[in-house]
Design a protein around this ligand. Structure first.
Ligand SMILES: Cc1cc2nc3c(=O)[nH]c(=O)nc-3n(C[C@H](O)[C@H](O)[C@H](O)COP(=O)(O)O)c2cc1C
Length: 179
């Protein structure tokens, strides 16, 4: 099982990357054949999408690579950072490029989406956006979880959720991908 995981942010010490890495590790505990690839959006910082750039040079190769990696994956795990209620620019830009290859960016790949923030909102707003638009982008959504108050609920030394209720919810969501 090919597992593609990424945090939709370019923050090098990303809390969403810590969360999605934990989720991928939980999946690997369920699926002994899991091959995990964790993308870093810092490797996907590309010029801002514009129709002129697209027409002049075609699809950016890194957007094509991102699209192809989703297509080649058996399951996808994403954790969204929230910037002003919405997607972090690095993801939105990459997604805009990828959507010009085909609007079905998620290519019907079973996907679990997460979000977290240091505050009580847990980046629920961006998570809701992703849930609301999932069908337009052919995301086969199998589960979702927002983790509020990251630093209270996550053990950053061990890389695991320490809040038991949230931990159970994450295990349930991830289990849906192992079926
Ligand atoms: C430009 C900017 C806007 C932000 N807007 C929000 C917001 O709307 N809601 C929120 O919960 N946190 C917001 N935050 C705080 C982020 O949740 C915090 O930076 C978090 O670490 C982002 O996740 P990451 O570490 O995975 O990138 C914002 C941070 C930045 C830099």
């Amino acid at each position: 099982m090919k597992v593609l995981a990424f945090a939709a942010t370019n923050h090098k010490a990303s809390i969403n990357k810590q969360l999605v890495t934990h989720a991928a590790n939980l999946l690997a505990e369920n699926k002994s054949d899991a091959e995990i690839e964790i993308l870093d959006m810092n490797d996907y910082e590309i010029p801002i999408y514009s129709i002129e750039r697209h027409e002049a040079n075609g699809i950016h190769p890194l957007a094509q690579q991102f699209f192809d990696k989703i297509g080649a994956a058996d399951v996808v795990l994403v954790s969204f950072a929230e910037h002003n209620g919405s997607y972090a620019a690095v993801y939105k830009n990459l997604f805009d490029w990828a959507s010009r290859i085909d609007m079905q960016v998620y290519q019907n790949t079973p996907t679990v989406i997460l979000s977290t923030s240091p505050g009580p909102g847990g980046a629920q707003s961006v998570l809701s956006s992703a849930v609301g638009s999932a069908e337009f982008f052919a995301m086969d959504l199998r589960g979702q979880l927002s983790v509020p108050n990251f630093f209270e609920n996550f053990d950053t030394d061990k890389g695991v959720l320490k809040n038991e209720e949230l931990s159970e919810k994450l295990k349930e969501a991830v289990a849906a991908l192992a079926e």
